[in-house]
Design a protein. Structure first.
Length: 156
């Protein structure tokens, strides 16, 4: 079993209209440590501790601000969450096989992104009793570098 946890620092704030983040779990060797496609669950909470997101790949049961990014495979699965509401959470994955080889790991991946709009020009003219302004802008997606966290083998 792999269990990963993430937390977005609310003090960082939210920029733009669409603060969607990617949270996923993946293995770097699907032959020696495959992920069970029906064994991944993500849960997310807001800063007050209320559940805001839930997705179970076995039942496709979904609640709240989460969406499956791509269908689960034995190499991994990812989800989109809305970090305006979901500030922390866990992702669990059942592993079909496990190795103690330290070069082969399972990872939690977190990508923080947001949209930004910036004004690139303002113009206008007035002529013969008429006039107007024109504004141009540029919208883009900005993101932080991908964050990953490796799993550790615990002997039971």
């Amino acid at each position: 079993m792999f269990v990963g946890y993430w937390e977005w620092d609310e003090k960082e704030g939210f920029v733009g209209r669409d603060p969607y983040d990617f949270v996923g779990v993946y293995t770097d060797n699907k032959r020696s440590m495959p992920i069970d496609v029906d064994g991944v669950v993500i849960q997310g909470w807001n800063g007050l501790g209320d559940e805001e997101a839930y997705f179970d790949t076995r039942t496709d049961k979904k609640r709240g601000k989460v969406a499956l990014a791509k269908r689960a495979t034995d190499a991994g699965v990812g989800f989109w969450i809305n970090d305006r509401y979901v500030t922390n959470g866990t992702i669990t994955a059942v592993l079909e096989k496990v190795t103690t080889n330290k070069k082969e790991r399972v990872y939690l991946q977190y990508d923080h992104s947001w949209t930004s709009t910036s004004i690139t020009g303002i113009g206008g003219n007035v002529s013969g009793g008429g006039g107007g302004f024109n504004i141009t802008w540029n919208t883009g997606v900005k993101y932080l570098n991908t964050l990953t966290s490796t799993g550790e083998y615990w002997k039971g």
